[in-house]
Design a protein around this ligand. Structure first.
Ligand SMILES: Cc1cc2nc3c(=O)[nH]c(=O)nc-3n(C[C@H](O)[C@H](O)[C@H](O)COP(=O)(O)OP(=O)(O)OC[C@H]3O[C@@H](n4cnc5c(N)ncnc54)[C@H](O)[C@@H]3O)c2cc1C
Length: 412
């Protein structure tokens, strides 16, 4: 019954994702099964996340993409499962889970819609930043409604003139009595215009990273406005806009951490953000391998199904190998971050670099295996390709990841 009214595309994806329940079929464990090696508890919430992705997201991902719908109610439903503040502490509404747990959940959710899951990962990152670096008042004021996604958050670092060189940002925050007056603009802000809470990095001091502070700016504050909604090749189920500050007075009580700590807070947020975004790429790659496998098994050319071609078998094997290697990198980095290890920053960068590049290559190869059909919007594979392309660009480009890794090596 549940299949009734589904488009061909939705059916195709549901069939594939439903297939995950067949991982253990006939005692055979698929070599790309993401539940292998997890604890029973992790398998439980992974299953919940996969079910949510298959039932609440996958059937709608094409429509959200096509009509640029921001599925706020669906995300709120996901938060009822604890996915709005996965690694936020429980006393302010979070789930108190680990970075590895978080990665497992985002990987599973993104099989249903990468773009929506990626926004949820930004929401989680903002909530974690306030939870970790905010005062008790700030934690209790903002985190509960962020964890339930009753309120939405945006992370505001990038500016028109400072992208990769984020520490050169120019948005100023000048102290005037009990307020900071903000002037400047942020570019490419995910959730911008729709979000209620803006976690903004701005300059309270001199040039360089030490002159940067972190502020929470609430929607509705006079002097806060937004640019037009950007038209994008992917991530279409979430809005992206410029965020503009014109003599925007923000109470001093909204400063997160001390003056000058903002860049550090922003980078700490991004360490987890990089694991989360890489996890979204893992989910996309996993879904695309299943889509490609199913296509190879039914499409006939030269009198045989494509799956009989050894060339295509080898490509499929490579895709699976690259996915498993990526997943190992991401989970290893998540553990390092959880343990607060010294190598965590470099490992998170390596995982983001490796997994987002490899998973894009996997999805692109899956599209190639579909031939011309892969290029049609009736087939889901193209949306995964479009949606994960940006993971190589944001949360620090993959060139910036190389800089961080090289710095860590050369400083040792
Ligand atoms: C859809 C989308 C959503 C986004 N969401 C957010 C958000 O919510 N919040 C936010 O703050 N930002 C967001 N961003 C911004 C994103 O983080 C930046 O686009 C990214 O950091 C790159 O900055 P840039 O676009 O200015 O590119 P540039 O910094 O101009 O870089 C251009 C190219 O040059 C390379 N490059 C730059 N310097 C060097 C160097 N020294 N050596 C080698 N290569 C170099 C870069 O890697 C890149 O390939 C988003 C971007 C997009 C597209």
């Amino acid at each position: 019954m549940a299949w009734r009214g589904c488009s061909r595309l939705q059916l195709q994806l549901r069939r594939c994702l439903g297939d995950r329940q067949a991982w253990g079929r006939r005692g055979i464990v698929s070599c790309i099964d993401p539940s292998v090696g997890l604890t029973e508890e992790q398998k439980e919430f992974q299953k919940v996340a996969f079910d949510f992705a298959a039932k609440e997201m996958a059937p709608y991902m094409a429509e959200w993409d096509e009509k640029e719908i921001f599925p706020v109610e669906t995300m709120r439903k996901a938060s009822q499962l604890g996915f709005g503040g996965i690694y936020v502490q429980p006393d302010v509404g979070g789930s108190g889970l680990s970075r590895l747990d978080t990665s497992i959940i985002f990987e599973a959710l993104s099989t249903g819609c990468v773009s929506t899951t990626a926004y949820m990962s930004i929401q989680n990152m903002c909530a974690w930043m306030i939870d970790t670096f905010g005062s008790q008042e700030q934690r209790h004021k903002y985190c509960p409604s962020l964890c339930s996604m009753e309120k939405l958050a945006s992370y505001c670092l990038t500016e028109p003139g400072s992208g990769s060189d984020a520490a050169s940002l120019l948005t100023t925050a000048k102290r005037k009595g009990d307020a900071y007056v903000l002037n400047g603009s942020k570019a490419f802000i995910s959730g911008g215009g729709d979000a209620d809470v803006y976690v903004v990095m701005c300059r309270t001091g001199g040039s360089g990273p030490k002159g940067i502070s972190c502020m929470v700016v609430e929607k509705g504050t006079p002097g806060l406005s937004f640019g037009k909604k950007e038209k994008k090749m992917g991530w279409c189920s979430q809005p992206t806009r410029a965020v503009i500050f014109e003599d925007c007075a923000v109470p001093v009580a909204n400063r997160v951490g001390e003056e000058g700590q903002g860049f550090n807070i922003a980078m700490k947020g991004l360490n987890g953000g990089r694991i989360n975004i890489a996890s979204c790429s893992l989910g996309a790659a996993h879904a695309c391998i299943l889509l490609a496998r199913d296509h190879l098994k039914v499409r006939k050319q030269f009198g045989e199904i494509l799956a009989s071609s050894q060339y295509l078998q080898f490509r499929l094997a490579e895709m699976a190998t690259r996915l498993v290697a990526s997943r190992l990198m991401v989970r290893n980095a998540a553990r390092a971050l959880q343990e607060n290890r010294e190598d965590a920053v470099a490992l998170c960068s390596m995982a983001k670099l490796f997994a987002t590049d490899e998973c894009f290559a996997i999805c692109n190869q899956a599209l190639q295996m579909h031939g011309g059909y892969g290029y049609l919007k009736d087939y889901t594979v193209q949306q995964f390709v479009r949606d994960i392309r940006v993971h190589q660009i944001l949360e620090g480009t993959n060139e910036v990841m190389r800089m961080i890794i090289a710095r860590s090596l050369l400083q040792a």
